[in-house]
Structure formats: structure tokens, C-alpha cells
Design a protein around this ligand. Structure first.
Ligand SMILES: [Zn+2]
Length: 272
């Protein structure tokens, strides 16, 4: 069993009053997430709104994520995701509130769910708010959401914001778009690769060509946690590379104080 912390660095949760997200038609509870984390020995998860929180009600989802982070300190961390089209002032204030008051760790720009061109003025306002709050940004990439989600759209962003750490969600998603994400990550040191949805052979290629220090394991939904963990077991990673991809990189990049679980102890007391 690994002796390093495991962090699921990208996970969605919808509005607590809604059965389903209106964009992606799924949702789940904090209890379900914690139970699955325990079953799979995942120490921490980072939660963000799902696609349907497109209006200012996203503040309520942020508040509910904050409550979860208070209920499970060091195991649940928050991520802010206000729709970039809601106006410069609101986006800036909400990102700042989430970082300063709720201790959230990064912001997600959802090019697919919100129809955002990552090189547009509203996207640049979003990045400005991230820089001012000294947090990384995650940007959705992949075939789902094209043309806004093509990895190459991030070339000007990586060049215009050398001080901003940028995580490509899904590392391009599939096939040549994943190759494109790998090519970009080799060229720009401020680009990181999120492994959800990417095929194993491309994750392996990224590890070999970009380096294990820029790959981040994540599940997005609790039903995918065992799959996300197994994927990293299938790419020929050394124990040290696994330590980085499965949690070490997220801890460093997002400055996480993870409550590392004593699984032996926990499972014995649960069985009693
Ligand atoms: Zn996602």
C-alpha cells in the first residue's frame, strides 16, 4: 500500500437542492464522495460546481462546498467556477471571496459548459482574477466543447500569463488533441495535464515526454475514482512517479494541507 497521500484533484458537485445538473444530467452527494474515497483509500478530493450553475446561484454551490470542507477538513478542498460571462465585477468578486473567505485552491474555466473562448476578453478577465488571487486556473480542453476547447487555443494564454499555472483539464481529451496538449506542455512550463478522460497510452507518453511532475490524477465523479486510480497503475510509472501523479503534484501546485488518513486504523475501527 502506498505511503503517500492520494489526492483526487478535479471533482464536480452540483447544487445541493437539485437532483441533476441541468447541463450534464448527473450529480452526487458529499456523503457518496467521502464513502467512495474511503473505499478506495483516497485522502482528499477537490470539489467544484458542475456545468449547470451558470448564473449567480453558483455562490450557493460554492458555499455548500465550503461547508463540506469544514465538515471534512484536509479531505475536501474547494474550487471556484463562476461563469466567465457573468461580468468582470461579479467574477472578480466571487473568485476573490472564494479564495480569501472560503480558502478555495484554484479556479475552473469551463469552455464547454459556458461557451467561452479561452482567448476572449471575458476569459482574460477570469485569468486576471486568478493572478490577483495567486491561484492556478484549470481550463476545460477536449473534443467535447470544440472549437473553444482545442488545446492550441491556450498558446496565447500560456505566453501572456507566464506567472499563471494553467491545468489543461482532460489533457486534450483524446487522440491528436492529447498529442497537441503534450506538445504544448513540453513547450510551456506553466502548463499542467489533468488525466481524466485521457487514454492510458497518452498519459504514459506525457509522463515520458513532459514528466511526472506535471500530471495530476482526478476522477470528476465518485463512480470514476477506482478507474482513475487504476489508470495510473497501467502506465508503467515508478513508485516515485506515482507519488507525484496521485497526490504530490496537487499538494505542491495547490498548496494543500491534506489530512493523511491512517487506513489500517480506520478500517479496523470501522469493522468493530
Ligand atoms: Zn470536469
Amino acid at each position: 500500500m502506498p505511503d503517500y497521500p492520494i489526492v483526487n484533484a478535479h471533482h464536480h458537485i452540483g447544487h445541493p437542492d437539485d437532483d441533476q445538473d441541468s447541463v450534464f444530467q448527473w450529480s452526487e452527494s458529499v456523503a457518496q464522495i467521502i464513502d467512495t474515497m474511503d473505499e478506495n483509500r483516497v485522502d482528499a478530493s477537490m470539489l467544484m460546481p458542475l456545468g449547470g450553475e451558470n448564473d449567480r446561484s453558483v455562490t450557493e454551490v460554492h458555499d455548500s462546498i465550503y461547508e463540506a470542507s469544514e465538515a471534512y477538513p484536509g479531505r475536501i478542498f474547494g474550487i471556484t467556477a463562476p461563469n466567465a460571462h457573468l461580468g468582470r465585477e461579479f467574477v472578480h468578486e466571487e473568485i476573490t471571496r472564494c479564495v480569501e473567505e472560503l480558502d478555495f485552491k484554484y479556479a475552473k474555466l469551463h469552455t464547454l459548459a459556458w461557451g467561452v473562448d479561452p482567448t476572449s476578453d471575458v476569459a482574460y478577465d477570469f485569468y486576471d482574477a486568478c493572478v490577483e488571487n495567486d491561484i492556478p486556473v484549470m481550463i476545460h480542453t477536449g473534443p467535447h466543447g470544440m472549437p473553444f476547447s482545442v488545446p492550441g487555443m491556450l498558446i496565447p494564454v500560456a505566453e501572456d500569463y507566464p506567472e499563471l499555472d494553467i491545468v489543461m483539464a482532460h489533457m486534450g481529451g483524446a487522440y491528436t488533441l492529447t498529442q497537441e496538449a503534450i506538445i504544448l506542455a513540453k513547450r510551456y512550463e506553466n502548463l499542467y495535464l489533468d488525466t481524466t478522460l485521457a487514454l492510458n497510452m497518452y498519459v504514459r507518453r506525457a509522463m515520458e515526454e513532459v514528466g511526472a511532475d506535471r500530471l495530476l490524477m482526478a476522477a470528476e465523479h465518485s463512480s470514476n475514482i477506482p478507474v482513475a486510480l487504476t489508470k495510473i497503475d497501467c502506465i508503467g510509472a515508478s513508485e516515485d512517479q506515482k507519488r507525484q501523479i496521485l497526490g504530490g503534484n496537487a499538494i505542491d501546485l495547490y498548496d494543500l494541507d491534506v489530512a493523511v488518513q491512517d487506513w489500517e486504523e480506520k478500517e479496523i475501527s470501522a469493522a468493530d
